[in-house]
Design a protein around this ligand. Structure first.
Ligand code: ADP
Length: 239
């Protein structure tokens, strides 16, 4: 059966250099999938293809459609937290979140309900009327996550969520993911933090030099440490 995210013989290249080679992935609805790989292995490129920012060769479908970041209809079903931080600094948090809500064509009452819920969840209620420019790195990350979730997407795509975050924020973010899992949302996360993957993910995809090295479920690794499996896989590939 075709997954909610499905890639079949999918490749991507910059001019004649293939960055992703013959990728086959099926992600089922409600699964939480971690993408692991060394720097430069193709994780961000893969995520950019899944959100339709980059177009490759072969078959790719997300929610039964070809992903297209420029389509509001497509975007209204997915939430994206990328490693870059593109907030509008001179808006207050309230203005910014209302702006995002309107962009997704949410009803006014729905926007207000969502803002109240997420500001409470992330302990940002007192920041509501402050200008974003003065927010700390952790607060900005929280805002990025709220923006990704405000419109109740079916899929959340997260690239390097823990970069630059302190332990408390990583813990909080882990709980956000666990809460989203309970709601049946499909989640794709690229990260270097293996314990994060062990704690929240159902499935792991290891990518090495643009090739899927292995796909397995977290429950299948029993007492083995993900770290050992990962290092073994990467080294085996380098032989
Ligand atoms: P990761 O996220 O795993 O660190 P990336 O997907 O960012 O890896 O990069 C995979 C490969 O693609 C790297 O070799 C990188 O140099 C190359 N790459 C990324 N962006 C471009 C680009 N705009 N033009 C050419 N090569 C690129």
């Amino acid at each position: 059966m075709k997954g909610i995210i499905s890639l079949n013989n999918f490749s991507f290249r910059y001019s004649d250099k293939y960055i992703l080679k013959n990728i086959n992935i099926e992600i089922e609805e409600g699964q939480c999938v971690g993408i692991l790989g060394k720097n430069g292995s193709g994780k961000t490129t893969l995520i950019n293809c899944i959100i339709g920012e980059l177009r490759g060769e072969g078959n790719i479908s997300v929610l039964n459609t070809i992903p297209n970041i420029h389509s509001i209809e497509f975007k209204s079903n997915i939430g994206i937290v990328l490693d870059n931080d593109i907030l509008i600094d001179y808006l207050t948090l309230n203005e910014y979140l209302n702006f995002i809500g309107q962009l997704f064509k949410l009803e006014k009452v729905q926007i207000e309900k969502s803002i109240k819920y997420w500001l409470k969840y992330f302990d940002l209620e007192e920041q509501r009327y402050r200008i974003i420019k003065f927010f700390s790195h952790g607060m900005r990350k929280k805002v990025q996550i709220i923006v990704a979730l405000m419109h109740n997407p079916k899929i959340i795509i997260v690239d390097e969520p823990t970069n630059g975050l302190d332990i408390e924020m990583i813990y909080l973010f882990k709980n956000v993911i666990l809460d989203l899992k309970k709601k049946g949302i499909t989640i794709v996360i690229s990260t270097h933090i293996l314990s994060f993957v062990e704690d929240v993910c159902d499935e792991v995809i290891i990518i090495n030099d643009g090739v899927i090295n292995n796909i397995f479920s977290i429950s299948s690794i029993n007492e083995q440490k993900l770290e050992n499996i990962f290092i073994e896989q990467i080294n085996r590939d380098g032989d």
